[in-house]
Write a protein that binds this ligand. Structure first.
Ligand code: HC1
Ligand code: SF4
Length: 573
């Protein structure tokens, strides 16, 4: 421990603290902009300047280690003026179209300008004026709004180990983007949107599909059906000021109905269906000497990461389509036939916590009925915007249910949205199918939690199955390198592209760096999903009565002929 005095308060803090951490530990809020805890700690933006006794110049507190006896002042005239001048300089070269910006009222730069009392910008400099990068199906990059904080660069390189973003040119010409001026759609970007989540301003955002969805809803000749991913219900409330971790499943269904969707279905139904298909696929591979380890295939960011970086594992991927795609295929076949609707008139809209789902929906492999399985994908944030545009009082909506029968789901499905959840859901079903006996305890604690890589050994009948889970493609890379090198052996691996799984997807409500510092976003949202699992009467996919019904009425058996046509695919190298 070291003793340090900040703004006349003397405290003891661990010696590995920075001055910023020490100050925040006693509620002294030093402003930051480029700082993102554990991801980007570089002292580049100089917003966190403080005065240190004995030092001639102001110091950047986010990278300044504490020293015993240090005396720090965070709120002197010199500090205030320096921070404000720095901010004014950043603002002078920022396209300040706040009113029409996707981050209006939710922008860290805007908030700082208010907090530091910026009322005019004395030097109106030359402005960056570059075209938008619209080449990606998921992410839009606006260089004119970029403040060069480097948060996206760090996330992409260090957390995801994709590394397609970097600083280009120098001085005034500096921009952030892929090398050689390429667009994000032309490089091995995996569309995960973690860069969007890291961006403090509107320089990175999802490619919006809201207008297409409104258009479909306004078109009387279209039957517009919506599905919502497991993780959306754990975070949508944040768009309306509700506490992080508030479950809004019922209000979300009510809002979707009020927006005018003809049917409100739940991707969770398809998650149960995925477990039926994937569980039997695993059993098949274990019994018939199939390719192992089998790796989950529901996260489209992970699929793209695999295609670019580990093509040798493509045959290890489960042939199951992701739940969102299975749902689309089932809507345009089973549901269409049952209700006598021509699939060409059906529009399937997905609400996803994910930006990569936009890319996935457009993949040519995923069009089982001759039409794309899914037509439009909007993120959790975009759904929030639509609800606001419709002026629906979300917070005070009553709880409503999803529509039958594609809205019926189990606790196993809802935990898909958190790392380890697909594995746990699969184990609940596979264990019972193998042994024919009911599990005494259905929670598999070993696969839960936010450890980057998790491992477990599970007894299934007379066989011990080794499983592993990785979330965030950086962790996936470590795990796969070990498997490749023969250091580790598994039967079944779950990989999700985003750290924490879908709850922390690139399409979820923005959380400022300041809130990320104090709140454990992943854990809070995960709690909401585990609570929903516990609250469900049916918690195993194979016990979902509507899943039984669809196999009886239509699909036949898991991995059967019809399933293969509709629910499976192959990602070729
Ligand atoms: Fe996910 Fe999935 S869990 S991929 O994380 O398998 O996006 O929520 O919808 O498809 O079900 C995302 C979440 C989601 C699929 C399911
Ligand atoms: Fe990197 Fe993901 Fe952003 Fe693509 S979407 S640039 S992979 S962080």
């Amino acid at each position: 421990k070291v003793t340090i005095t900040i703004d006349n308060q003397t405290i003891e803090v661990p010696e590995n603290y920075t001055v910023l951490e020490a100050a925040r530990s006693i509620g002294i809020d030093i402003p930051t902009l480029c700082y993102l805890k554990d991801v980007n700690e570089v002292g580049a933006c100089r917003m966190c300047l403080v005065e240190v006794e004995g030092a001639r110049n102001l110091q950047t507190s986010c990278v300044l280690p504490v020293r015993d006896g240090m005396v720090v002042k965070t709120n002197t005239k010199k500090v205030r003026e320096a921070r404000k001048a720095t901010l004014e300089l950043i603002l002078s070269n920022h396209e300040r179209e706040c009113l029409t910006c996707s981050r209006n009222n939710n922008c860290e730069l805007q908030a700082l300008a208010e907090e530091l009392g910026v009322r005019d910008i004395p030097f109106e400099g030359e402005k960056t004026n570059l075209p938008l990068d619209l080449s990606s199906k998921s992410v839009v990059r606006d260089p004119n709004k970029c403040i060069l904080c480097g948060r996206c660069v760090s996330v992409c390189a260090q957390v995801q180990t994709v590394g397609v973003l970097g600083f280009r040119e120098r001085g005034f010409e500096t921009t952030v983007g892929p090398a050689y001026d390429k667009g994000l759609g032309e490089v091995p970007c995996i569309n995960c949107g973690q860069c969007i989540a890291a961006c403090p301003v509107g320089a990175l955002r999802e490619k919006e599909s809201i207008d297409y969805v409104w258009e479909a809803l306004d078109d009387d000749s279209k039957h517009v059906v919506v599905q919502t991913a497991p993780a959306v219900r754990a975070a949508l409330g944040e768009e309306f000021g509700l506490e992080m971790g508030t479950r809004v499943t019922g209000r979300m269904a009510a809002a979707l109905r009020r927006l005018g969707f003809d049917k409100v279905f739940d991707t969770d139904f398809a998650a149960d269906l995925t477990i039926m298909e994937e569980g039997h696929e695993l059993l098949g591979r274990l019994q018939n000497g199939g390719k192992l380890p089998m790796i989950t295939s529901c996260s489209p960011g992970w699929i793209k990461f695999c295609e670019h970086n580990y093509p040798e594992f493509l045959d290890n991927l489960s042939t199951c389509k992701s739940p969102q795609e299975m749902m689309g295929a089932v809507i345009k076949s089973y549901y269409a036939e049952k209700n006598n609707i021509d699939p060409k008139d059906i529009v399937v809209v997905s609400v996803m916590p994910c930006t990569a789902k936009k890319f996935e929906a457009d993949r040519e492999e995923l069009a089982a009925t001759g039409y794309q399985d899914v037509d439009y994908v909007i993120t959790t944030r975009e759904l929030g915007r639509m609800i606001k545009q419709a002026r629906i009082d979300f917070v005070n909506l009553p709880d409503e249910d999803f529509d039958e029968i594609l809205g019926e789901s189990t606790g196993a499905a809802v935990i898909f949205g958190v790392t380890g959840g697909v594995m746990e859901a699969a184990l609940r079903t596979v264990a019972e199918v193998v042994t024919g006996k009911e599990l005494e305890k259905i929670e598999f604690e070993q696969v839960r939690g936010m450890e980057g890589i998790k491992e477990a050994e599970v007894t299934l009948g007379d066989k011990t199955v080794k499983v592993a889970i990785a979330h965030g493609t950086g962790n996936a890379r470590k795990l796969l390198d070990d498997v490749k090198a023969g250091k580790k052996e598994y039967h079944f691996i779950e990989i999700m592209a985003c750290p924490g799984g879908c709850i922390n997807g690139g399409g979820q409500p923005h959380v400022s760096a300041k809130d990320r510092y104090t709140k454990d976003v992943k854990a809070e949202r995960a709690k909401a999903l585990y609570a929903e699992d516990e609250a469900k009467t049916i918690r195993k996919s194979h016990e979902n009565p509507m899943i039984k019904k669809i196999y009886e009425e239509y699909l036949g058996e898991p991995n059967g002929h019809k399933s293969h046509k509709l629910l499976h695919t192959h990602y070729a190298p």
